[in-house]
Design a protein around this ligand. Structure first.
Ligand code: SF4
Length: 468
């Protein structure tokens, strides 16, 4: 499972591109496939984009060329559109009224309809990304006022979007009416920053002002910061997975701390599913905070008996079976002297296919663990995400096709338990009604373009015996 994208926009700072670069560093976890920055100095637009990590795409030399007081940036994984250089964001176009650059986090659920409509009207789309559609609509709409254009186009978009746009000498930031993806605003030296997570603000010592509201369009230009609201008022559907796995623990998203929420999830998990054990350990890093909560609640010691190698990343290649066999140990090495003969509770943030967990459990057994009790800090993942998270198909989600007992056997643990849906929602610091939980329940908050029918999904059901 991979996350999707991170976006940044900076207005009113002579070092806009350098600050965007630092903010993208903080958001690297939201997309490791490509990175890009577009900047504007009042006369000239500059851009630097490429495949790879932020540290690989930008150099001292190319950053110096990104001049100006305004910049937007993007880090990406592909959820729609392929992983190719021309899909790297921000996308930039020139047209007779100036230029438009766009950075998008999310996934439009009516992109097939929008794409067909644009192509039928003669548009030639350059990329396979839904993010490009907004550019075409902006150029086609003949209103001169971009705020009005954006509001009218936003009313056509369905699904999840947090957009940051640079249009001539202004930044526009908008969030869908459900608020699926986070987006916040901060202040820096008389200028402004908008970013996916508050850790990007911390990175450049900006002061958090507030979140951009679901359905809000924020305009930042010479006149300062203004706001407009889309007319549609929807029930919020904040992605609960941002708290469980995706966002950085040092961020506040949807106004609340990811760190504290993850600890709450662990505490509730310990109340629902206690275990007789010698200690609790996390799968680092995303399971760490839930494991801390679990250990506190159950009054068991917390041990870091898996040590993570921080130097393995996107560039790790697996050219042969020999290297693939060592994959688990390359990322996480179990500490033999801590594990030997011990009964352990291992806290996972989630289980997707089960194969990664199985590899980790094998490594723990080989290191001498006597009993392994796995606790998962969310309910079973049963449904794919259509809002910008790269989940596998339902066919590949192990919990959609197997009982918990089948999964326990497949992973090879002595006991396995998941946090309940109520337990997860009650652990949130916001009201339980604020969240999207579709990947657990199948209750999608929006219409989905050509959703897979339950019947066709059932046809793909894998017999439990085969996997076990
Ligand atoms: S389906 Fe799951 S991952 Fe997707 S937006 Fe909803 S809660 Fe988040």
């Amino acid at each position: 499972m991979r996350d999707y994208c991170g976006v940044v926009g900076i207005y009113g700072n002579k070092n806009a591109a350098q600050l965007t670069y630092l903010a993208l560093y903080a958001l690297q976890h939201r997309g490791e496939e490509s990175a890009g920055i577009v900047s504007f100095d009042g006369k000239k637009v500059s851009q630097q984009k490429g495949m790879g990590h932020v540290g690989e795409v930008f150099t001292e030399t190319n950053l110096k060329k990104l001049k100006g007081h305004t910049a937007i940036g993007h880090v990406r994984y592909s959820t729609t559109g392929s992983s190719i250089a021309k899909n790297v964001q921000p996308l930039l176009i020139n047209h007779k009224k100036g230029f438009i650059a766009v950075a998008h986090n999310g996934n439009l659920t009516n992109s097939v309809d929008l794409r067909n409509e644009l192509e039928d009207a003669g548009s030639i789309l350059q990329t396979t990304m839904d993010s490009e559609l907004i550019l075409h609509y902006l150029v086609k709409d003949h209103q001169n006022n971009y705020s009005g254009k954006i509001l009218s186009i936003a009313s056509r978009l369905e699904g999840a979007y947090s957009f940051v746009l640079m249009i001539n000498d202004a930044i526009y930031a908008l969030r869908d009416p459900y608020g699926f993806r986070p987006l916040c605003i901060g202040k820096i030296d008389g200028g402004y920053i908008v970013a996916s997570e508050t850790c990007a603000l911390d990175m450049i010592q900006a002061t958090y002002i507030r979140d951009i509201e679901p359905g809000e369009v924020v305009i930042i230009d010479r006149q300062g910061l203004r706001s407009m609201k889309q007319p549609q008022n929807r029930k919020h559907a904040f992605c609960i997975f941002e708290y469980i796995y995706f966002s950085r623990p040092d961020s506040n998203i949807y106004t609340q701390s990811v760190y504290l929420t993850r600890k709450n999830l662990g505490r509730t998990l310990a109340k629902e599913h206690p275990a007789q054990a010698d200690f609790v350990m996390p799968i680092p890093d995303s399971g760490t905070y839930a494991a801390m909560g679990y250990a506190e609640e159950s009054k068991l010691p917390l041990e870091m008996a898996f040590v993570r190698n921080h130097y393995i990343g996107r560039t790790f290649i697996q050219p042969s079976q020999l290297i693939r066999d060592f994959k688990v140990k390359v990322k996480l090495n179990p500490v033999r002297d801590v594990l030997k003969g011990k009964r352990i509770v291992i806290v996972e943030d989630s289980i997707v296919r089960g194969t990664t967990s199985r590899g980790r459990v094998r490594a723990l057994r080989a290191a001498g663990a006597a009993e392994i009790h796995m606790r998962v800090s969310c309910p079973p993942l049963m449904w794919p995400c259509f809002y910008g998270i790269d989940f596998p198909t339902r066919k590949e989600l192990i919990a959609a096709n197997h009982t918990i007992e089948d999964i326990r056997k497949f992973i090879g643990v002595d006991s396995l338990a998941y946090l309940s849906l109520d337990g997860m929602l009650n652990s949130m610091l916001l009201s339980r009604d604020e969240f999207c939980t579709a990947c657990f329940t199948g209750n999608y908050p929006t219409r989905i373009n050509k959703p897979p029918s339950k019947k066709s999904l059932e046809k793909n059901r894998i017999p439990a015996a085969k996997k076990a």
